[in-house]
Design a protein around this ligand. Structure first.
Ligand code: PLP
Length: 331
C-alpha cells in the first residue's frame, strides 16, 4: 500500500493498488464464494489462521479496498463497510456491549440513531443515557454507571449542526475506562479526523457526502487501534475472554490493535450479516474519489446560504458554525 499520501491522493488512490497490467479501478468482485483446491486451505481461512477470501458475508476484495481507503482517510488501523449507516452505528456499539450494559450518548444526534439507542437497544437489554454535550464535564460524569461501556457523539450533528467537543468527550470516556465512538458522517475526514482529537472509533453513513451522488446506502466502522481493551478487560469480556463460538480465541490478545475490527467481522458479520453489495462499494468509491473537492464546495455553498439568510431581516435566527458569533464557531 502506498504510504504518506496526502488526503486528496488517498481519496483518489487509497485502499487499492493495481499491479502492472491490472485494472486501475478496484474491480467489482460480485461473487459470493471463492474457490480453493482443497478443504484444508479453506479450513485455515475459516479458523482465522490464514488471511484470505472465502465468503463475501465475511470479506470481499471490493468491500475491503473501499473500507481500507476510508481507514486511511481517517488515520485508522482498519475498517469494515456495512450495508447502511444505521448498521455501522449498531455494530460499532454492539461489538462491545451486551444485555445488562449501558451507554452514554450526546443528545445531539441523528433521529435514527436516537431511536436505535433509546428504543431498539433497550429491547436488547442495553440502556442508554442521553446527555447535553454542552454541559460541563462534572454534569456529564453523573450519567456514568459501573456498567457503562461506551460514549457516543456526532462530530457535526444531524440535523442541529451542533459541533462536538471531541477532546472533552474523549477525556470523559477515558476517565471512565471506555472508548469514545464518533459518527463523522457530516464532517467527513476532509473536515475533521476525530482520532486526532481523541476519539477511538469512528462511524459513517457513507450514504451522504462520501457517496455524493445519492446512488447507494452504506456505512463504515473505523478503529483507531488506540483503545487498550486489555487494560479494561473486566468491562469488555467479548474482546478480552475466549469466544466459544470461534474455537475459544480471544480477539484482543490474538489480534492486538485489530481485535475490535476482527471481532466485528468474524462474529457480528458472521451472525448478523449486514454487508454492502460489492457493486455498491464500487459506486461509493467513485464518490470518494471526488470527496476532497466536493466538501470544499459544500462548505462554501452552506456558508453563502447562511450569510444570505442572516442578512435577511425576516429570518429570526440562523444556526451555522461557519458564522462568526455562532455558539460553535470557535470550536
Ligand atoms: C449522522 C448520521 N448517522 C447515521 C445515519 C444513518 O445512515 P443511513 O441512512 O445510511 O442508514 C444518518 C442518516 O441520515 C446520519 O445523518
Amino acid at each position: 500500500m502506498k504510504k504518506n499520501l496526502r488526503t486528496a491522493s488517498i481519496c483518489v488512490q487509497g485502499g487499492y493498488e493495481a499491479k502492472n497490467g491490472e485494472p486501475i479501478e478496484p474491480p467489482i468482485i460480485q461473487s459470493t464464494t471463492f474457490k480453493y483446491d482443497n478443504s484444508e486451505e479453506m479450513a485455515m481461512l475459516f479458523d482465522l489462521k490464514k488471511e484470505g477470501y472465502f465468503y463475501t458475508r465475511l470479506q470481499n476484495p471490493t468491500n475491503d479496498a473501499v473500507a481500507q481507503k476510508i481507514a486511511q482517510l481517517e488515520g485508522g488501523v482498519g475498517a469494515v463497510l456495512t450495508s447502511s449507516g444505521q448498521a455501522a452505528n449498531f455494530y460499532a456499539v454492539f461489538n462491545i456491549c451486551e444485555a445488562g450494559d449501558h451507554i452514554v450518548t450526546s443528545n445531539e444526534i441523528y433521529g435514527g440513531t436516537f431511536n436505535l439507542f433509546g428504543v431498539t437497544l433497550k429491547k436488547l437489554g442495553i440502556e442508554c443515557t442521553f446527555v447535553n454535550p454542552n454541559d460541563p464535564e462534572e454534569e456529564i460524569q453523573k450519567a456514568f454507571r459501573p456498567n457503562t461501556k461506551v460514549v457516543f457523539g456526532e462530530t457535526i450533528s444531524n440535523p442541529g449542526c451542533a459541533v462536538l467537543d471531541i477532546e472533552k468527550f474523549a477525556r470523559i470516556a477515558h476517565k471512565n475506562g471506555v472508548p469514545l465512538i464518533v459518527d463523522n458522517t457530516f464532517a467527513t475526514p476532509i473536515n475533521c479526523r476525530p482520532f486526532e482529537w481523541g476519539a477511538d472509533i469512528v462511524t459513517h453513513s457513507t450514504t451522504k457526502y462520501m457517496d455524493g451522488t445519492a446512488s447507494q446506502v452504506g456505512g463504515c466502522v473505523v478503529d483507531s487501534g488506540n483503545f487498550d481493551w486489555l487494560a479494561n478487560a473486566d468491562k469488555f469480556p467479548g474482546l478480552c475472554t475466549p469466544d466459544d463460538s470461534y474455537h475459544g480465541l480471544t480477539y484482543a490478545k490474538k489480534f492486538g490493535k485489530m481485535g475490535y475490527i476482527t471481532k466485528l467481522v468474524a462474529q457480528l458479520m458472521r451472525d448478523l450479516g449486514s454487508i454492502p453489495a460489492p457493486m455498491n462499494s464500487f459506486i461509493l468509491n467513485l464518490g470518494l474519489q471526488s470527496l476532497h473537492l466536493r466538501m470544499k464546495q459544500h462548505c462554501a455553498n452552506a456558508q453563502q446560504v447562511a450569510e444570505f439568510l442572516q442578512a435577511d431581516p425576516r429570518v429570526a435566527w440562523v444556526h451555522f458554525s461557519g458564522l462568526p458569533g455562532d455558539q460553535y464557531h470557535e470550536l
